[in-house]
Design a protein around this ligand. Sequence first.
Ligand SMILES: [Zn+2]
Length: 453
Amino acid sequence: MSEPDRQLAHDIFKQLIEINTTDSVGNVTTAADAMRQRLLAAGFPPDDLQLLGPNDRKKNLVARYRGRPGSTLKPVLIICHVDVVEARREDWTTDPFIFTEKDGFFYGRGTQDMKDADAAVVTSFIRMKREGFVPDRDIILALTADEEGGKSNGVDWLLTNHRDLVDAAFALNPDAGGLTTVDGKPLILTVEATEKTYADFHVTATNPGGHSSLPRKDNAMYELAHALLRLEASPFPFELNEVTRAEIKTYSQMVPKQEAADMRAILRTPPSKVALARLSTNPEYNSILRTTCVATMETAGHAPNALPGRAEANVNCRILPGHSAEEVRQDLIRLFNDKALTVDYVTDAGMVMGKGSERKSAPPPPLNPQVFKPLEATVAAMWPGIKIMPEMEPGASDSIYTMAAGIPSYGFSGMGIDRGDERAHGRDERIRADSYYKGVQFEYLYLKALASQ
Ligand SMILES: [Zn+2]
């Protein structure tokens, strides 16, 4: 990368970090508009730079890089949130909203999550435009609000209100997956290709109660306890999809002998039960192999000398693609097998409902070569020998919205974060300066490879 390009990447990053985009006192619109100004100055037509959102503080920028006229290829969409998690000056060594360069690192809120990638894509757009590069399809960049919290999620809002502006063959989300490094040296690049969905359920036992000097057989706390013990004893069934198959295959080439053998054994038909049981004792592997549900909170009783009139537990589930919250609620009801218990679904907004959402996240489509071929080429050019591992994210990112809208979504970036130095959402968030510039270059090379097939 030339010195002026490095400077450009530096300045955009600094500008984004120093615009506070927290939900409490920040302003996403200011950051989105600043990027709009930069793209405007680089020669993007105003009509291709739309600033829009549900309110003045949460406007998203949709920037369209026009492809070859007459191209029959559907656009690609890049989703990048510009909001950040709250950060308090007193918790940090440096001011989280001042871009600070220290000991080879850049410090500031959003340096890992994800203003580094925001800046990389904007820089790449400007560089490509300046060179006169014409992609073989439109590339749409959406800089969005409220991924971290707040009520105005930009990706959701754009898909609901302006589908035409962001419609695409597939989406890229640099917020997920990523490059793991050790002392700045790349180790592996993970690509998020599907996600589990999140659901809370309230399991409630009620009872007429009474005086505790006269205990009876029926007791709300015991009933709830029995149900939870059943949950403990009965894990959800083992199930793989395109992505987790590829993930386990890659893992099997990197882990100790016994684990590797177990992984190969569960990929066979029928899978080995012994191997499956052994792998399931590892929480990380277990989360890939099945839907998980676990008791996380409990409240019961109202007085030390009274029989409990009510006992309630929160059961948190992470659901495999292809299944709905209502399906899991029915599974729990069958598992508890106790008519005296109620199992309610809790919405994201905290509403308790007698029925779960029927929305199934789509089972992952086959890994798209239009995404992976240029990725393999770019990784081979920058970091030869580094493995690319597709993964299923047990948490959730904004890809949940694009995937639900039927747009297959892939999460990765070239921003190397040292293993053990993940500081997203935490204090003294930082990225190696060198890793940042390499990540910028990766984005540029990847987008050009992607749009020249
Ligand atoms: Zn993020």
